[in-house]
Design a protein. Structure first.
Length: 121
C-alpha cells in the first residue's frame, strides 16, 4: 500500500511520501518531524510539536495533511503549485520524487482548471 493522488498519477509508498514531504519541508527551512501532527516514534505522550503558525510556507496544505485520506481543494492546489514546482525543479530529472512531484503538479493543475479536489488515497 502507499499514497496516491487522484486525479493524476502521483504515487509513493507511505515512507516514500514521508521522505518527499521531509525534503520539501527541509527546502522551506524546517524539520517536518518537529511539527504538530508529526510526532517522532520516541516522543513522550505529552509531545505536541511546533505549531504550524511558526512556519510560513505555501506548501502547508500539502505538508500538514494526512498521508492516507482527505482532499486538497482547488484553492489549496493553486496555492501549492508554484513553490512545489520551484523546489522540485532543483532535483535531478531522474529523481523519483521529482518525477512523481511533476505528476502531482499536473493533477493539481487539473483540479484548479476544473474546480475539483485532489483526493489522497
Amino acid at each position: 500500500m502507499g499514497v496516491s493522488m487522484y486525479p493524476g498519477r502521483a504515487s509513493w509508498s507511505y515512507s516514500g511520501f514521508g521522505s518527499f514531504r521531509d525534503r520539501l519541508a527541509q527546502a522551506e527551512g524546517f524539520d517536518l518531524r518537529e511539527m504538530a501532527g508529526f510526532a517522532p516514534f520516541d516522543a513522550p505522550e505529552d509531545w505536541t510539536g511546533k505549531p504550524w503558525d511558526t512556519v510560513h510556507t505555501t506548501l502547508e496544505p500539502l505538508l500538514n495533511h494526512s498521508d492516507c485520506d482527505g482532499y486538497l481543494d482547488a484553492y489549496e492546489c493553486e496555492q501549492v503549485i508554484p513553490r512545489l514546482r520551484q523546489i522540485i525543479a532543483t532535483w535531478p530529472e531522474s529523481d523519483y520524487d521529482r518525477q512523481h512531484g511533476e505528476a502531482l503538479i499536473k493533477g493539481m493543475e487539473h483540479c484548479v482548471e476544473h474546480g475539483c479536489s485532489m483526493r489522497f488515497a
